[in-house]
Structures are given as structure tokens and as C-alpha cells.
Write a protein that binds this ligand. Structure first.
Ligand code: L34
Length: 293
């Protein structure tokens, strides 16, 4: 069993981005600038956005955090989106999800200018991904592809089983893994809550992507000997022995699954940090106008 160390890989990639930023500026380019809109006070979202802002500092990007009260109206939020669309110094921005219930996420997503959509969530960018055109890949799936790539994990001809069909992880990951690419060329099964014998499907997998948001959902009996495990879950479970009162666990029963796996991502320090570096890579792309001229 080998650990796929997302934290350390993210560090390496950030060092590479920092060099590119220096070169970009030395050759007369502007400093990449990422903005994030954070609505309300979801504690997990605050941590993730803080990690994004801190990572911008580490690589030499400018960043702007726009914080809004949970009581913001749809119209007011659309106005913030419009301002960021029109601000020429902002290369890309994200609207951190989830949004409060009274806000229509889809309407907000549609209002983001595709060329600034560094989350890759706009239908234009998802369509481009589906067709294999140059685009901003959604950060979490992009991060996982990077992990497979950098650890030289063979994917061609393998059977990849994705658990969970969300718009931001499961669905795009299933597309990426089936693409005709160096990291891709898998036969993909996308499983979800209506899948008949989910355990049997997962047992056939050479590569398992667990993205359901349920602690310890993937157990050792569901895993084939030698499988590669990518654990997207970051669930907070109560733990009174910790100062914070909780600990983070993935969607995979790590302790019992790890010994059966060939490669496995830990939680924390796995997919999460890679989500952040993928966002930085997309922002650099936006700044260089590599997707939309
Ligand atoms: N718009 N909303 C938008 N874009 C995204 O790409 C996200 N996502 C998901 C939630 N909502 C979003 C994130 O940013 C999940 N996510 C995310 C980002 C960073 C981390 C985890 C999830 C992360 O840094 N995780 C660390 C530790 C986290 C902690 O201490 O709580 C880790 O080691 O896993």
C-alpha cells in the first residue's frame, strides 16, 4: 500500500506555479488575481476559502475575498457577480458552495462569465470538458487526475467505479476518466443511490472514486485486492478527545481498506489540498487567456 500524499504533492505544484508566476511577471505580464465570494458562515466553507486565499499568497497571486451575510438576496448576489465579471483586474473567481437555501445556485452559476469561471462549473465549460476542448476543469476531479498522473498510476483499460453523481465531482470525474488521454482511457461505471448492488459494482473496480459524503461508506469487503482508492469525502465526526470537538474522516473506512489497496488518499491531506492547487492552475490559465482568447 502506498499513500497518495495530497498535501505534499500540492506543495510541489504550488512551488511550480510560483516559478511560473515569477516568469510571467518578469516578461511583463500581470499578477494573476483570484476572487472568492463567501456567503454566510458555514464553518467548513470558511476553512476551504481560507486555504484558497492562503495558497494565493504562497504562489504570488493577488486574491480578493468578498464576504456576504447569509441574508443577502439573489439580486444583490447577482450584482456582486456582475461586478466581478466587469472588473478587468480579476482573472477568475469562484462562488463557494453551498449557498443559503433561498438562493438559486443555478442562476448564480449561469451569471458567471465563462472566461472567469475558474471552478469550471458553468455549462459552457462543462460542455467544453465533455467534448475534450480546452477548458477549466472542475477543481476536485482535476486534482484527482493530477494525483494519478504524478504517481504514475496506470489508468488505461482499467475499470473505474465512481460513487456519487454530483455536478461538481462524480459526474465530471466519470467523464474525465473515460477520455482518450494519458490519465483516462478507463471503462467507467457511475454509481449512485439507485444503483442495485452497489457493493458488487465497487468490488469490480481497479480504481474507486468515493464521493458520496458519508463517513466510512466504502468498507473493506467492497474493495478488490490492489485497488486504487481516491477518497473525496471530508466528513466531520464528533470527537470529544479533540480540541475542535470533531475529526475529519473520508467516505472510505481507511483503516481496514488501506491494507487491501495499492494506492490510497488519506483524509485530511489527500484530495482536499489538490482541489486548491487545481483552482490556482485554472486561475493561471485564465490570466494567460489560454481557454478564451
Ligand atoms: N464553488 N464550492 C466551489 N468550488 C469548490 O471547489 C468547492 N469545494 C468543495 C465545496 N464547495 C466548493 C472546495 O473547495 C470542497 N472543497 C474543498 C476545498 C479545500 C479542502 C477541502 C474541500 C481542504 O483544504 N481540505 C483539507 C483540510 C480541511 C479542513 O481542515 O477542514 C484537507 O486536508 O482535506
Amino acid at each position: 500500500m502506498q499513500l497518495i500524499d495530497g498535501k505534499s504533492l500540492a506543495k510541489t505544484i504550488k512551488a511550480e506555479i510560483a516559478i511560473e508566476v515569477k516568469q510571467l511577471i518578469a516578461s511583463g505580464g500581470k499578477t494573476p488575481h483570484l476572487a472568492a465570494i463567501l456567503v454566510g458562515d458555514n464553518p467548513a466553507s470558511a476553512v476551504y476559502v481560507r486555504n484558497k486565499v492562503r495558497s494565493c499568497d504562497q504562489v504570488g497571486f493577488h486574491s480578493t475575498l468578498v464576504r456576504k451575510e447569509a441574508s443577502i438576496t439573489q439580486e444583490e448576489l447577482l450584482e456582486v457577480v456582475k461586478e466581478l465579471n466587469e472588473n478587468p483586474d480579476i482573472d477568475g473567481y469562484i462562488v463557494q458552495l453551498p449557498l443559503p437555501k433561498h438562493i438559486d445556485e443555478e442562476a448564480i452559476n449561469l451569471a458567471i462569465a465563462p472566461e472567469k469561471d475558474v471552478d469550471g462549473f458553468h455549462p459552457m465549460n462543462i460542455g467544453r470538458m465533455a467534448l475534450g476542448l480546452e477548458t477549466y476543469l472542475p477543481a476536485t476531479p482535476f486534482g484527482m487526475v493530477q494525483m494519478l498522473d504524478r504517481y504514475n498510476i496506470e489508468t488505461s483499460g482499467k475499470h473505474c467505479v465512481v460513487i456519487g453523481r454530483s455536478n461538481i465531482v462524480g459526474t465530471p470525474m466519470s467523464l474525465l476518466m473515460s477520455r482518450k488521454m494519458k490519465t483516462g482511457n478507463c471503462t467507467v461505471t457511475l454509481t449512485h443511490s439507485r444503483t442495485k448492488d452497489l457493493a458488487a459494482e465497487v468490488r469490480r473496480a481497479d480504481i474507486i472514486v468515493a464521493a458520496i459524503g458519508m463517513p466510512n461508506f466504502v468498507t473493506a469487503d467492497m474493495v478488490k485486492e490492489g485497488a486504487v482508492i481516491l477518497d473525496v469525502g471530508i466528513n466531520r465526526v464528533e470527537d470529544t478527545s479533540r480540541k475542535r470537538g470533531y475529526r475529519l474522516v473520508g467516505d472510505v473506512d481507511f483503516e481496514n481498506v488501506a491494507p487491501k489497496s495499492s494506492f490510497i488518499t488519506p483524509v485530511p491531506g489527500g484530495v482536499g489540498p489538490m482541489t486548491v492547487t487545481s483552482l490556482l492552475m485554472n486561475t493561471l490559465k485564465a490570466c494567460r487567456k489560454e481557454v478564451y482568447k
